[in-house]
Design a protein around this ligand. Structure first.
Ligand code: SF4
Ligand code: SF4
Length: 57
């Protein structure tokens, strides 16, 4: 399972970073980076992204 952010949709609002309960996401310039070792695949960021840019596959 991996965490993917569609860069053509993401507008770097940082919402997913704030929503993640285990602080697995970091916004680094124009990339949302996920620490897969922390991510529990809860899907909160997927549902919360206003641009529907995130997929957990
Ligand atoms: S919530 Fe969506 S649009 Fe905002 S930074 Fe995260 S992936 Fe990008
Ligand atoms: S799926 Fe859940 S744990 Fe993983 S990055 Fe998104 S909000 Fe965080």
């Amino acid at each position: 399972m991996t965490h993917r952010v569609d860069k053509s949709k993401c507008f770097y609002c940082g919402g997913c970073v704030s929503l993640c309960p285990v602080m697995a996401l970091v916004l680094v310039e124009t990339n949302v980076v996920c620490d897969e070792s922390k991510c529990t695949k809860c899907g909160i960021c997927v549902k919360g992204c206003p641009a529907r840019a995130i997929k957990v596959e």
